[in-house]
Design a protein around this ligand. Structure first.
Ligand SMILES: C[S@@+](CC[C@H](N)C(=O)[O-])C[C@H]1O[C@@H](n2cnc3c(N)ncnc32)[C@H](O)[C@@H]1O
Length: 419
């Protein structure tokens, strides 16, 4: 097989997945969570009674295709279709088995290259996922351009590429393995990689880097993908922005949002004020420098010449608050109104003030209720009447806190069934 990238993924489909696991859990992640697509690319309004076409470009063993297809099925989106495209037939077989295990019938599987998308699986697509793939292409620019040409009017993409700073130690080990294992057969290369991982000095950045772990926990596929890949580059934020803008696209949302906000890393008021004065691209680049450990960049993008509608105001009466993959009751129980939401972003503490009514609002969120519905429920519970403007501020504050860690999104009630 001439193409070493294709050969790798035929031998070591990535990430390693067992279709039998579909019975007990849905792998959820970013990009391509339906709540995120709606929030970041469609201004909170997606009419799923209309046809919706998504492409998962370089779909691997199926994580994004399965998640999105399941979300669309759960939302009753009868006319939605997810197209899966990948070079690797072995990866596709795993993804197909996972779809079968879940009884999903809304995925179309295609074997082929992103570069041949116009022939193999032409659009237009309302949404395109390209996660962990562009950085393996001979020309990421040509690949992204080919995908962009298949976007429908009003469509957007979710991208993930490796991030340079958080992959400290990875590239020196890749280079060392090229020297030590050269063009040996794969099994021998893996054996040499295992030896080297075990033999690295404690001072090596790879040993000291807790933000990459595929070589330790990802099985053979993970070890190969991280340390033996034959084409693998990484991006600083400004390089990624150049790639994205070169394709005529613009960022619409970084995941998690607080990871890309300088204020997450700064406490000094003078520095915070200086950071706040920067333009959006510069702020994101600064956040990466201040973090210094971001290992993957996840960003939603849309054509630069079309500004998608903004998501609705999280305090507006007809806005629906959506908790992303959290149990509202359990979260409400663990929080104190007027306290702090505490989390971690790559080891940096994340603290966000919570409004007094945080537990009550959270407990009423079900992904369908509007802010007005939630206000009525909270008032009924407390036997009181809330001032709508003050309640709106509480909803906004709660949204700000959870949105920073990508756990709360919004959508319009807007009368659109399933929307
Ligand atoms: C690192 S895996 C990522 C898989 C999946 N997107 C995920 O995030 O779990 C990269 C995938 O891209 C596929 N791939 C690499 N180059 C490709 C190309 N030019 N066209 C289509 N697929 C490609 C590989 O076969 C592999 O399955």
């Amino acid at each position: 097989m001439a193409d070493p990238i294709r050969a790798q993924y035929e031998s070591y489909p990535y990430p390693a997945r067992d279709p039998g696991d579909e019975r007990r859990r849905l792998v959820s992640g970013s990009p391509s969570h339906l709540d995120e697509i709606r929030h970041y690319l469609h201004g909170g309004r997606l009419d799923l009674n209309q046809p919706f076409r998504a492409l998962i470009a370089g779909g691997g063993t199926g994580d994004a295709a399965i998640m999105l297809a399941q979300h669309l099925t759960d939302a009753g989106a009868a006319q939605a279709e997810v197209s899966y495209l990948d070079l690797s037939t072995a990866s596709r077989a795993i993804a197909e088995a996972r779809a079968e295990a879940r009884g999903l019938t809304n995925i179309r599987f295609v074997t082929g290259a992103i570069e041949d998308i116009a022939d193999r699986a032409p659009g237009p697509y309302d949404y395109i996922d390209c996660c962990g793939v562009l950085h393996h292409l001979e020309s990421p620019e040509a690949g992204l351009a080919a995908l962009t040409r298949q976007l429908a009017t009003g469509g957007g993409m979710g991208l993930m590429v490796y991030a340079t700073l958080g992959r400290a130690g990875v590239y020196p080990v890749q280079e060392a393995l090229a020297q030590l294992a050269g063009d040996k057969p794969d099994r021998e290369r893996l054996a040499v990689a295992r030896r080297l991982v075990a033999d690295l000095p404690a001072s090596h950045w790879l040993k000291r880097n807790p933000f990459v772990g595929d070589h330790l926990t990802g099985g053979e596929a993970g070890l190969y993908d991280l340390l033996l890949h034959r084409r693998d580059r990484s991006y600083r934020v400004d390089e990624l922005l150049t790639l994205v803008r070169g394709a005529g696209l613009a960022p619409r949302g970084w995941i998690e949002p607080a990871r890309y906000e300088p204020e997450t890393y700064l406490t000094d008021p003078v520095l915070r004020t200086a950071a706040a004065a920067l333009d959006p691209d510069a702020r994101v680049a600064l956040a990466e420098r201040l973090s210094s450990v971001i290992a993957k960049h996840i960003v939603y993008v849309a054509p630069a010449d079309r500004t998608p509608p903004s998501p609705p105001d999280p305090g507006a009466d007809d806005t629906v608050l959506v908790l992303r993959d959290l149990d509202p009751i359990a979260v409400a129980k663990g929080l104190r109104g007027g306290g702090m939401l505490q989390a971690e972003i790559d080891g940096t503490p994340y603290r966000a003030p919570l409004p007094d009514l945080a537990p009550g609002i959270l407990a009423s969120i079900d992904g369908r209720r509007t802010v007005a519905d939630i206000r009525a429920a909270v008032c009924e519970q407390a036997h009181s009447i809330a001032d709508p403007a003050a309640f709106a501020d509480q909803a906004r504050a709660l949204f700000r806190a959870f949105h920073g860690i990508n756990r709360m999104l919004v959508r319009h009630a807007g009368g659109v069934k399933n929307g």
